[in-house]
Ligand binder design. Structure first.
Ligand code: FES
Length: 565
């Protein structure tokens, strides 16, 4: 068995070979300016970088990579920065989620194919973090995640704003005619103040926080702003620590367990995190032999209070979370619910990491005796409309709508939605339930974040702020509203969502964890017979692979052949 001791380093297999290849590989290192005395018998550390100027959230990661390198050198390793594809949430069409599995394959194969003993993963924007984790877990070399950190709080006309919760809020104001196009343009220049990812508790911030709970990131990683020198020092520490992890041979398969996933799920509920994290955690677990299902998310939700008062559900932003103590302070508050013995990349247990953690602002991070909600902010629903489950972030919903029955208004796809939602002749009222289909992993494709269906303009002008909205797509972690997403199976895969007709009654009952189409089961079956023969669009290359192998949201939308045996 490998010990991680220097004479037993994985990378030596590339060089200690009598074949010409061993000689040429060393020639290549010397060609990079590395003397044999520098690289011989030292751990070779990859710095897997999702830097790209097309991913504004990750555009500062080369600076962080430099700090990681210095840490690696200082600890006696030899760093090699390498690029993998970058997934920019704003730019990629139809959605960055379509390419998350491609990134994970890129990461896994780059690590596997190269003479590396350990790796530091640099990500930040929504899909880069889970893609890095999935690939690194499959490659199973010692690995530490360093995220780029959140942007600084935005300020505009005396208000503190968060991307992109407040972009959405002001877009509604614009559509309702309460701000004008000049205001909207002025806001555009104020929203993104610094490098870093969105600074609400959206998907990027959620995944960065969960990585600490999983034990795959150093304490404090989640919240320090990208522009804060504590983030660059953390990157330096990660560089030093990865060399130690190689010596300990502490790799993901020795860090992850059912207990560490439970810790992450409890943390997700305590922070009122993004619904997207459910899909990503299921995908990461699927790369291990640790069983995890949607049911576990709901079970732990019932007994985990929500403590973090951050947008989109709450008041504050990631900078406030950092100054309150960040993830260590939050984890310290819920320590009695966590498994403290889980190992982490510090080489110590989670419980040991949390010793001395302090909560410096109990308004931002509530205490257990003064929670924002007695139970978690996310719920898993089942019923005749979602036999394999669906998700609602009820912490960001309108409480009065959590039990609701209404008439379905169905949109076949996103195009029809955008064409029709503001039609003055659309027969719609505030009690109706807006339904979008054709937006799941296959239908989107890529399960785009279309789940926050716009409120029809004519209702907005009457002051309607929220309605029940249901789809097989996702929502941005920065969104709020009474929005049911991830309906499984999706309509494109023959789920009952495909059978809904405008005028049908739908009943949502979040306390009972139910979502039902109030149509006779035989009638649903009869309608589905007619729609099951939809033809998949022609696709080539990666997209063909995607259509042939992507799984549904309840299995993390991973590819079937990438899951652990
Ligand atoms: Fe990158 Fe929001 S756009 S995290």
């Amino acid at each position: 068995m490998k010990t991680g001791k220097r004479q037993d380093l994985r990378s030596r297999e590339w060089f200690d070979t009598p074949e010409l290849y061993g000689w040429t590989r060393q020639a290549a290192l010397q060609g990079l300016g590395l003397d044999p005395s520098v690289y011989r018998d030292r751990p070779l550390i990859g710095i897997c970088n999702t830097w790209s100027e097309l991913t504004h959230c990750n555009a500062h990661l080369r600076t962080l990579a430099q700090r990681v390198k210095e840490g690696v050198w200082q600890a006696g390793g030899v760093p090699f920065e390498f690029p993998v594809i970058s997934l920019g949430e704003f730019n990629m069409r139809p959605t960055s989620m379509l390419f998350r599995n491609l990134l994970s394959m890129d990461v896994e194969e780059c690590i596997r194919a190269n003479p590396l003993d350990g790796v530091v993963l640099l990500g930040g924007c929504d899909k880069t973090t889970p893609g890095l984790l999935m690939g690194a877990v499959s490659a199973d070399l010692p690995a530490i995640l360093v995220t780029g950190g959140p942007q600084l709080t935005a300020h505009w006309r005396g208000q503190e704003l968060g991307s992109c919760t407040d972009c959405r809020r002001f877009e509604v104001e614009l559509r309702a005619g309460r701000i004008d196009p000049e205001d909207w343009q002025d806001l555009q220049g104020a929203m993104i103040r610094s490098p870093g990812h969105c600074m609400t508790m959206g998907t990027a911030s959620t995944l960065a926080t969960l990585a600490e709970a999983l034990g795959l990131a150093l304490p404090g990683n989640a919240a320090f702003p990208a522009a804060d020198s504590r983030r660059t020092r953390l990157a330096h520490r990660a560089g030093r620590q990865i060399v130690r992890l190689v010596e300990l041979d502490l790799k993901p398969s020795r860090l992850l367990s059912a207990g560490s996933f439970d810790n992450a799920i409890r943390t997700l509920h305590a922070i009122g995190g993004s619904t997207n994290a459910i899909v990503h955690l299921l995908a990461v677990a699927g790369r291990t032999n640790i069983p995890l299902s949607l049911k576990r998310f709901d079970e732990l939700s019932q007994t985990t209070p929500m403590l973090l008062d951050l947008k989109p559900a709450g008041r504050f932003l990631m900078e406030d979370f950092a100054y309150a103590g960040g993830a260590p302070a939050l984890l310290g508050e819920i320590a009695s619910l966590l498994d403290p013995d889980q190992p982490t990349v510090t080489g110590r247990s989670l419980g040991e990491n949390l010793r001395g953690a302090r909560n410096d602002n109990p308004e931002v991070i509530r205490t257990m005796d003064r929670p924002l909600e007695a139970s978690g902010g996310l719920a898993v629903l089942h019923g005749s409309l979602a036999p394999d489950g669906c998700i609602i972030k009820h912490s960001a919903a309108t409480p009065e709508l959590l039990r609701h029955q209404g008439r379905a208004i169905v949109f076949e796809d996103h195009h029809e939605l955008m064409e029709g939602i503001d039609d003055p002749d659309l027969d719609v009222g505030p009690e109706d339930v807006l339904v979008l289909r054709g937006a799941g992993p296959l239908g989107g494709p890529g399960m785009p974040e279309w789940g926050l269906l716009p409120i029809p303009r004519k209702l907005l002008r009457r002051g309607v702020q929220d309605m029940v909205r249901i789809s097989d797509s996702r929502i941005s972690g920065t969104a709020r509203g009474t929005v049911v997403v991830h309906v499984c199976p999706e309509s494109e895969a023959g789920g009952p969502l495909a059978a809904v007709r405008t005028g049908d009654q739908i009943r949502l009952n979040v306390p009972a964890r139910r979502l039902d189409l109030l149509v006779e089961p035989r009638e649903i079956e009869r309608r589905l017979e007619r729609v099951r023969s939809r033809v998949r669009p022609e696709a080539r290359g990666y997209r063909r692979l995607y259509f042939e192998h992507v799984l549904q949201a309840d299995q993390g939308c991973d590819f079937d052949f990438l899951r652990a045996e």
